[in-house]
Design a protein around this ligand. Sequence first.
Ligand SMILES: [Zn+2]
Ligand SMILES: [Zn+2]
Length: 145
Amino acid sequence: MSVTGGCQCGAVRYAAESLGASSICHCRMCQKATGGFFGPYVDTPGLTWTRGQPSYFASSKDVKRGFCAACGTPLTFESHGQGGVMIGTLDEPEAAPPTTQLVWPEKLAFVDRLGELAHWKSKAGREASEEFAAVASRQDGGEDR
Ligand SMILES: [Zn+2]
Ligand SMILES: [Zn+2]
């Protein structure tokens, strides 16, 4: 079992048997549930909680969304006993590149241009990763990392 992930603070951790279909969803509920521009999901067959448990909000009649009550990280999208996790919560998010997008009228037009954004630079001309390299993260490293 190599698929693992969890929330920002580490109170909730999960493992899954494998990664399934991966997608992003542009509906308004996904924008609200993530605080982002779209919802990023990958199906995770055999999902089990290895530390803590998520809290849930039923965002519609058939869908519940799991999140960490301690730090607020969105974790899952579940419907009719099936579902997946938010790609950004995987320990290895590069393993789940989205292959399709669910397009709704609420899709934010600027999403298609995100790759063209200018890179932020400090006054000294350094990239963010260089400028903030000394910032100490409070991210949980995961029990298996
Ligand atoms: Zn947390
Ligand atoms: Zn959605």
